[in-house]
Design a protein around this ligand. Sequence first.
Ligand code: GDP
Ligand code: MN
Length: 381
Amino acid sequence: MDLLEYQGKQFFASYGIPVSDGAAADNVDEAVAIADRVGYPVVVKAQVHTGGRGKAGGVKLANNTEEARTHASNILGLDIKGHIVKTIWIEHASDIAEEYYASFTLDRSAKAYLGMLSAQGGVEIEAVAESNPEAIARIHINPAEGLTEEACRDWVVRAKLNPAATEGAVSILMKLYNAYVEGDADLVEINPLILMPNGQVHALDAKVSLDSNALYEHPDYEQYDATQPRDEREVQAHEKGLQYVGLDGAVGVIANGAGLAMSTVDVINQVGGQAANFLDIGGGASADVMTGALEVIIHDPNVRAIFINIFGGITRGEDVANGIVEALRRVQIDAPIVIRLDGTNADEGRAILAPHLNDKLMMEPTMLDAARRAVELAAAR
Ligand code: GDP
Ligand code: MN
């Protein structure tokens, strides 16, 4: 669950990390009132679930009420990488002497937490990692042992921050680590972490991703749910009780079982195509379930062909086939459908489907053949 910057800052503040005084607004008048209250200069910042807002014109400095009004009205409604700005955050502007980068995340291969700290902040850390990897100081932390102040201090020294920032950085990083662990976050990132001319260290941006599986321990995280970006296709599918994940390709996928559905997405990739979705209809393949699945898939304008991949286990082939035939009676579908049916009573199922086959409804003997056919059909339309 990804937080917006202002939510991340509130999260940080609750762990004692210093952030600027500010508030969120969803209209211009409210934004101006906040700017007048926190005092000029202020920064007006787009709140969207993507980075690089500064470059996209989503972060602007205002020196007075009039400028605050101009920036607020320009930024509200702005399209930043496909994210429309509905909320802005207005905070008192900070004087910056230096910009650093700091984060904690999980390094699965090392079975440890990973802290990254760099004196080259403000820019994308991926760019620093590429051009100047030694400018990033790393620390691995054994989750059972935690981060000691000694280890943290050593890490800060290795990162070669301005010595004036050492104490402030150590203090913030200890709190950031605590926020990461106690808050059950997958990622906490401050970019930039700034050193101010007065020697104070301060978080100027916040990127926080919380572990959705830990929600039961943090009932207050429910407040973040409302601002999560939603894939309309996923909302519709979940309402129908389907296990659906939206993807970017043109081949709609229906499979029974999460493993088979994932393999189907992979095989489509392997033959040069791209799945439009992951969809697991589970054990049963009744007409109702199949109808719901097809409705969700054809609702996606990117879908050019549909691949139904069923391996009968407890569900028998003839039940699956009857479900498909009945569903096709109920739903009007323009995209061609390719079926692969195997497993228990597959022959009986195929016999039921045979009289219905045409150039819009095809059957292939293997998963690979069916994937090829579906990808070809999607490309041809
Ligand atoms: P991002 O572009 O989405 O990462 O947004 P940031 O919150 O990191 O802001 C981008 C850049 O705007 C920062 O790296 C700063 O250089 C600048 N900026 C943001 N807030 C302030 C501020 O309070 N004062 C000054 N002087 N610059 C700021
Ligand atoms: Mn940033």
